[in-house]
Design a protein. Sequence first.
Length: 91
Amino acid sequence: MAIELPKDLRQQAIASIERYFAENMEERIGNVAAGALLGFFLEEIGPAIYNKGVLDVQERLQTRVSEIDLEVHEDEFQYWRRFEKARRGKS
């Protein structure tokens, strides 16, 4: 699965790469080279980051699913207990 960025995010990422080179490297990088570098990162490193994000979400969902019984649990056969408690309260 190829990781694609929407056009506006891709442009922002390219501008960020250009700025990084301008401020931190001895050479500037052009728009085309920055786009190629971004493409390389998306293809080579992007899947590792994406997969980590998916794993994080799976872990959170599994935790939530395992706790759902605590949130929605109802004790069974409570009618008579409530009935007896209400009867004692009237006496």
